[in-house]
Design a protein around this ligand. Structure first.
Ligand SMILES: NC(=O)c1ccc[n+]([C@@H]2O[C@H](COP(=O)([O-])OP(=O)(O)OC[C@H]3O[C@@H](n4cnc5c(N)ncnc54)[C@H](OP(=O)(O)O)[C@@H]3O)[C@@H](O)[C@H]2O)c1
Length: 238
């Protein structure tokens, strides 16, 4: 059965979001792909999938922008079955330790990487509630957001935003406990080759997007399983 999916942060052809868009289109689904600025790659993709791919402009750091995108989506669909909160950010200082890190960069990173996905959930909730197959929200987190496994001395912004995203996900999971039609979890997706200058990462975005697509379907109605998981489906330590 085909579904209607929203994926954020989809403008870079070498990154995960764009490749998730491709995989869902190939599976026959309708995809709302959001970007914060024009993407030539996504426009090209739309030529191949004119009836299935909808492009939305949405800056997840801005409540106004997210609410406007939700209103726009509501004109083009009457429901959503899946939201993949993929967009994220890291500051220019992300690999620096405390003495060299501008601490004022942490709050904007948290605003985008942790509050952003929850803004999206809040604004698109009315569409999720109308899913006929049971709606799913996937927040793409990272092992960098695990406090229990934290070993780095850097990622002061990125680690904090992902840890905050995990907390927000668990809190919404609790809130949605008695809502049979909506499920939510967060995921460490693995180390993916999304940096064009770095071929060290083992997972190829297009191939890995299909692994994740299949995993997400096993989690749609799983309200009692782990809420922070890795791409193999196993629990990851908070
Ligand atoms: N790659 C990995 O190995 C890895 C490992 C663990 C977790 N993850 C997580 O997996 C997800 C995808 O990773 P990736 O490496 O493919 O990401 P990426 O290449 O860094 O792409 C992030 C996307 O988020 C968008 N974005 C940034 N700020 C935004 C905003 N304010 N509003 C809307 N969109 C915004 C960017 O848009 P622009 O193109 O306009 O900048 C970009 O398309 C992320 O959540 C990341 O944290 C990745």
């Amino acid at each position: 059965m085909s579904q209607t999916v929203l994926i954020t942060g989809t403008g870079r052809p070498y990154a995960l979001g764009f490749n998730l868009v491709k995989r869902y289109l190939e599976a026959g689904d309708t995809v709302f792909a959001s970007i914060r600025r024009p993407s030539e790659a996504l426009e090209e993709l739309k030529k191949d999938w004119p009836g299935q791919l909808e492009i939305l402009t949405m800056d997840i750091a801005s409540t106004e922008s997210v609410n406007a995108a939700a209103r726009e989506a509501g004109k083009r669909t009457d429901h959503l079955d899946l939201i993949i909160n993929n967009a994220t950010t890291a500051s220019a200082d992300t690999e620096k330790d405390l003495p060299d890190f501008d601490l004022d960069l942490i709050a904007p990173a948290v605003n985008t990487g942790a509050v952003g996905p929850i803004r999206v959930v809040k604004a698109f909730l009315p569409l999720l509630k109308k899913s006929a197959i049971g709606a799913l929200i996937v927040n793409i987190s990272s092992e960098a957001g695990s406090i229990g496994r934290c070993y780095r001395t850097f990622y002061l912004d990125y680690g904090t935003e992902k840890a905050a995203l995990n907390m927000l996900t668990m809190t919404l999971h609790n809130w949605l406990k008695d809502e049979p039609n909506i499920n939510i979890f967060c995921l460490h997706p693995g180390w993916i080759r999304t940096n064009p200058g770095n071929n060290e990462a083992p997972l190829i975005p297009y191939e890995h997007a299909e692994t994740l697509r299949n995993l997400f379907e096993t989690k749609r109605h799983d309200k009692n399983g782990p809420v922070f998981i890795t791409y193999t489906g196993e629990a990851y330590p908070w």
